[in-house]
Design a protein around this ligand. Sequence first.
Ligand code: SAH
Length: 220
Amino acid sequence: MADLRMAGIGMTSARTRDRLVQRLREQGISNLAVLDRIRNTPRHIFVDEALGSRAYEDTALPIGFGQTISQPYIVARMTEALLEGGPLGTVLEVGTGCGYQTAVLAPLVERLVTIERIGALIDRAKERLKELEIRNVKFQHGDGTQGWKSQAPFEGILVAAAPLVVPQALLEQLTPGGRLIVPVGPEGEQELMRYTRREQGVMRESLGRVAFVPLLGGRS
Ligand code: SAH
C-alpha cells in the first residue's frame, strides 16, 4: 500500500511525471541529475490528497498556514543554479515548507540543513523525508534570516522565501566559492539572485523575475 502511494497511479503516475520533466526541459532546465530528482520525487505526497491530481502541474499549490509548495520549475531552476560550479558539501536551505525542495536537493549534496519558522510544517516535512528514506538532512524550527551559525560555513545556501534585501548573515556564512540562491525584493518585483563569495567580495548575478512568499522574522 505504501509503495503504491509513493509510485502513484493515474494523475500521479510515472507518465505524468515524465510529462512534467519534458516541460521543464523545454523551459531550459538541462542538469540531468536535477531532472532525475524531479522525476523521482513523489510531489503528490507533499500536498493534501485532494490536490494530488494536480501535483505534477508546474504550479505552486497551497500547503496550509498561508504557504505554498514551490513550483517545480522554480525548484529545478534554483537547484540547478546552486549546483552549477561543482559538487557541494554542506548546504543550508531556508524555508523548508512541506519539504519538497528539501527532498529534491538532499540526494544531490553531501549534507543538507534546513530551517523553517512554522513548527507544524517542519514536523510534516520530517515525516515525508523519513518515508522517502532521505537521511542526510538536519531540521531546525527557527528564523533562517540569521542562517545557522553552529552548522556554518556552507558551500551553498538556498532561500525559498523573499527578503527585501539579502540578509548579511547568509553572505557571511558562505565558504569562499560558496553560492547563495535567493529571491530578493517586494511582492510583484522580485528577482532571483545568485551571490558567489570570492576571496575578495561577492559576485552578484540576476537569474530573472520570480514570485515568492515573503521571508518573515521570528517563529510561529
Ligand atoms: N520550498 C518549499 C516552499 C516553501 S514556501 C516547498 O517546496 O514546500 C517558503 C517557506 O519559507 C514557508 O514555509 C515559510 O514559512 C518559510 N519562511 C518564511 N520566512 C522564514 C524564515 N525567516 N525562516 C525560515 N523559514 C521561513
